[in-house]
Design a protein around this ligand. Structure first.
Ligand SMILES: Nc1ncnc2c1ncn2[C@@H]1O[C@H](COP(=O)(O)OP(=O)(O)OP(=O)(O)O)[C@@H](O)[C@H]1O
Length: 609
């Protein structure tokens, strides 16, 4: 259909009503419009129907407008492009003759195709705004198109201090709408706020950037005088940060990334602010590609995530990646290892305590991890080891989004996304009554299983290459790779400790390597022993006869080293019997969970396996 050609209004209107209902546009638009005029357009911006109000607001009888293109009747400036591209806007200005009209626009989409749109003419803007200079009017027309799309709040004043343009984002900070602000002097348009600095900026002609209290919030804003041929014609203000705390969070992160030499420095130089992000998950297997895709899909949502997988597979790394790909990325990421904290300290660690809550408590109390993670992400590692009493308290915080610090009666509201991880069989713990079923369902909203290294052995090459690069930088070496005999050893191992074990093996090889390639001799003895033709002297290993070990090493190793060998084997065996469950292993060994963690720190290859 050509522009200007009359249309069969009735038929098209009925179709569009139907489409609008489906798009959810109709009801909202009418409600919002009140006394406003409604103009329905087709895909080429031709007028399909319009009401009396639109005609009188535009200043022409409706029948003289029907069938014509809207951009031939009013000056849409850049808004025309948005409408053509199916982008909605609100409270933008179009010019009809000498009238400036405030308008909203919603496209109508059917089967992913833009079939038309609804332009709501909200009203004629007050005359005083027309006191702006021609230069300012021109600027406003071209500014209109981008202002509504800008995340930052933007406001424009004319030389008299009258608001001539303001976007949704800015108005939201004041709990207002652009329509209620436009036409008012800036001092009347702001409520519950510090007086605007923009009139001052127009007086001095000097831009300013500073924090400002608006509607009870401290924002960070810039203001620039608009100068044409040496004359101030208005002022533009922009809210750069809607909460000044965002700035210090960002600055702290940048600072710590700058200070650290490796690996955060390297990551920062790559252009990322985060310790780890999705690119830190190395692997080319289909399993890892699928995992990364899922991580990126769930990251922007706010749902709790449960990461499952054997120890050392990269659950913590994935938690970091989720945080870095979420909208919470500039807020804190706080990790809590539920198994490593003694039961009686866990509550105060998570929720904090008030002044004088218990004997020995710090003066002034202490902020808990949940509060530290406010607006960010809390990573609850080893959630399966959380004591039952604590599980009930955690559930309450997840449900009510508020916590009460130990010894306090005042609840605190927290906005925290929970990513939990476990290598325990939670379903079994639930059936044994050791893990609350309701908490299980709360955490299990999105469950992701990280594959074990043995199930994606094709990744071992690229992960090894990455660790070699990493350790070359850390050790100041230039190791080229791994010789074929050493590769045989790595490939025959079944990696119960997964990537963490591979990393530890390579780190220990870097301590031993003397040439360009890592050899079998540079690998830990217990690994090299797997190779059938090993000639290396062996260490005490599980299943070995204790007496023959002692005979072989007496006089070669001191007693403390031999005790360490023995301790390592005992710990390894206990963990194996308990399927890696540290709480059970600690009970079996007759020590506390934190005590077990302390011991495991002595043996890198065992730590957390
Ligand atoms: N895909 C990967 N690419 C590179 N490094 C990885 C990968 N997965 C894990 N790592 C590294 O392996 C080590 C162990 O990872 P991580 O701590 O995330 O494992 P985990 O599953 O949380 O372990 P645990 O269950 O014992 O807490 C870390 O040094 C981590 O950076």
């Amino acid at each position: 259909m050509q522009a200007g050609e009359p249309r069969n209004g009735k038929q098209v209107v009925m179709d569009q009503e139907e489409i609008m209902e489906r798009n959810g546009a109709s009801e909202n638009m009418h409600k919002k419009a009140g006394e406003a005029g409604i103009i329905r357009l087709d895909a080429e911006l031709g007028i399909v129907s319009l009401d009396e109000t639109s005609g009188s607001l535009i200043g022409s009888p409706p029948e003289s407008l029907l069938g014509r293109r809207i951009d031939g009747i009013v000056d849409l400036a850049n808004l025309g492009k948005l409408m053509h591209n199916g982008i909605s806007f609100s409270n933008q200005v179009i010019v009809a003759g000498d009238r400036r009209l405030a308008c909203d626009y919603v496209p109508i989409v059917e089967d992913d195709r833009i079939v038309g749109g609804v332009l709501t003419v909200l009203g004629v803007l007050p005359k005083e705004t027309d006191g702006s200079s021609d230069d300012l009017k021109e600027l406003l027309r071209s500014a209109g198109a981008f202002m509504d799309l800008d995340y930052h709040g933007i406001i424009i004043l004319d030389r008299n201090g009258t608001v001539v343009m303001v976007n949704q984002s800015f108005a939201e900070v004041l709990d207002a709408t652009p329509q209620t602000m436009i036409g008012k002097h800036v001092h009347q348009a702001y409520h519950n706020s510090q007086p605007s600095r923009m009139p001052v900026v127009m007086e001095t002609g000097k831009p300013e950037i500073s924090s400002h209290y608006m509607n009870g919030k401290e924002v960070f804003a810039s203001r620039y005088p608009l100068i044409k041929q040496g004359k101030v014609i208005g002022c533009v203000g922009k809210i750069l940060f809607k909460d000044v705390r965002e700035i210090s969070l960002l600055a702290n992160r940048l600072q710590s990334a700058r200070e650290k030499k490796t690996p955060a420095r390297a990551i920062a130089e790559k252009g990322s602010l985060f310790k780890y992000d999705i690119d830190s998950i190395v692997g080319q297997s289909a399993k890892i590609a699928e995992l990364k895709e899922t991580l990126l899909r769930v990251a922007p949502k706010n749902s709790n995530v449960l990461l499952r997988g054997e120890s050392g597979t990269g659950k913590e790394l994935c938690a970091h990646a989720i945080h870095a790909a979420s909208t919470r990325r500039y807020a804190p990421f706080v990790k809590v290892n539920c198994a490593a904290i003694p039961d009686h300290l866990l509550e105060s660690e998570l929720f904090g305590y008030a002044d004088g809550a218990f004997t020995g408590a710090k003066k002034g109390g202490q902020v808990g991890k949940f509060e530290l993670a406010d607006t960010g992400t809390i990573f609850l590692d080893e959630i399966g080891d959380m004591p039952l009493a604590m599980q009930a308290k955690l559930l309450r915080v997840l449900q009510e989004r508020e916590l009460v610090p130990l010894g306090s009666t005042v609840p605190k509201v927290v906005d925290v996304r929970v990513v939990a991880a476990t290598n325990s069989n939670l379903e079994q713990l639930v059936s044994e009554g050791k893990f609350r079923e309701d908490l299980y369902y709360r955490l299990n909203v999105v469950a992701l299983t990280i594959p074990a290294l043995k199930d994606r052995m094709e990744d071992i090459y690229i992960i090894t290459k990455n660790f070699i690069d990493h350790f070359n930088a850390e050790f100041g070496l230039s190791v080229q790779g791994i010789d074929s005999e050493a590769w045989e050893v790595l490939k025959h191992h079944n990696w119960p400790g997964n990537i963490r074990e591979l990393r530890n093996v390579l780190e220990s090889a870097f301590n031993a390597v003397s040439g360009p390639l890592i050899t079998k001799e540079n690998l830990p003895i217990r690994l090299a022993q797997l190779c059938p033709h090993s000639t290396l002297p062996h260490e005490f290993a599980p299943g070995e006869d204790l007496e023959s070990y002692i005979r072989q090493h007496l006089g070669k190793k001191n007693i403390s080293d031999m005790m360490d060998d023995l301790e390592r084997v005992i710990l390894e065996k206990a963990l194996e019997i308990c399927n890696g469950n540290k709480l059970h292993a600690a009970q079996l060994l007759g020590i506390s969970r934190p005590g077990l963690y302390k011991k495991l720190q002595k043996y890198p290859s065992l730590e957390k396996t």
